[in-house]
Design a protein around this ligand. Structure first.
Ligand code: SF4
Length: 280
């Protein structure tokens, strides 16, 4: 039976999720920062991690943004095919929800004309990716993506004969090229496979699902662990000042690709992985 749902509900959900993730880091990110502090042995690294943890507590308690860059509004929606939406168009509802959050939360508006650089004043447009899935539920996932780390996301097309070792080397190198500008320790989403169009989307999905279920396949997990270990052995460390913890976590997605291609996409996010989700 078709479930009727007003897009007003989605608008309100987007608004409240962005407000939540602007001030409150997901528990799993906080837990990994605490683990990072236990592992880190450099004095500078420990000092930075302690400051980040303190900053997250202050932001949550005082309802002030986790960072001055409150990010671009990115939204992913999994829409059950048994849901019939009524009301304003979905894209408009989502956009209104994001604009409302950045307005009422006094979050910095960061979108501007690409050439004139004048600020649009409302952080629009939000980006929306919609997947139609089985069932009558909707999952809304939001990501507030900072500019410093978004600048460091990369996609390359490797030759299809590239060895697994070279693929690993490429991903490690792309992640480390982000350097201090992307505010390490990073959270990383990686896609190996797909296409020029889908690989970055898959990498972003891996990022927002970093510590979510379902877990990666054993093959993905082994590859992710090897890459993460090499990134953390680099010595770049928190904020690039040296140390053991350069990345908090990495999720990797393997996906079929054209036999003439081997796309690799790396979505670099800073330690401030501001994502939140709701299913209803
Ligand atoms: S990369 Fe992240 S922590 Fe660094 S300024 Fe941007 S949003 Fe803030």
């Amino acid at each position: 039976m078709t479930r009727i749902l007003s897009t007003d509900v989605i608008e309100e959900t987007v608004r409240s999720l962005f407000l939540s993730c602007a001030f409150r880091l997901p528990d799993k990110v906080k837990a990994h920062l605490a683990l990072a502090l236990e592992k880190e042995n450099s004095a500078e690294g420990r000092s930075i991690l302690s400051t980040l943890i303190k900053n997250h507590g202050l932001a949550q308690d005082a309802a002030i943004p986790l960072c001055q860059d409150t990010g671009l509004a990115q939204i992913l929606i999994e829409l059950g095919q048994e849901v019939s939406l009524v009301g304003r168009p979905l894209s408009e509802a989502v956009s209104n929800g994001a604009k409302a959050a950045y307005g009422v939360g006094y979050l910095r508006k960061s979108t501007c004309h690409p050439l004139e650089r004048n600020n649009r004043g409302d952080n629009s447009p939000a980006s929306l990716e919609t997947l139609i899935v089985p069932g009558d539920q909707i999952t809304v996932i939001v990501l507030a993506k900072g500019g410093g780390c978004d600048n460091k996301c990369r996609m390359v097309n490797l030759v299809p004969t590239t060895s697994k070792e070279s693929i690993i080397k490429t991903i490690v190198s792309l992640a480390l090229e982000a350097g201090p500008d992307a505010c390490p320790p990073y959270c990383l989403g990686v896609a190996v496979g797909g296409s020029f169009e889908s690989a970055p989307r898959l990498a972003r999905r891996a990022l927002v699902d970093l510590w979510e279920d379902p877990p990666m396949s054993p093959e993905e997990s082994d590859l992710a662990e090897t890459i993460l270990t090499q990134i953390n052995a680099s010595g770049l460390g928190p904020m690039g000042l040296g140390g053991r913890v350069t990345a908090l976590g990495l999720r990797l997605k393997l996906y079929p690709c054209h036999l003439a291609s081997l796309p690799v996409a790396v979505n670099v996010n800073c330690h401030s992985l501001r994502t939140a989700r709701a299913t209803f």
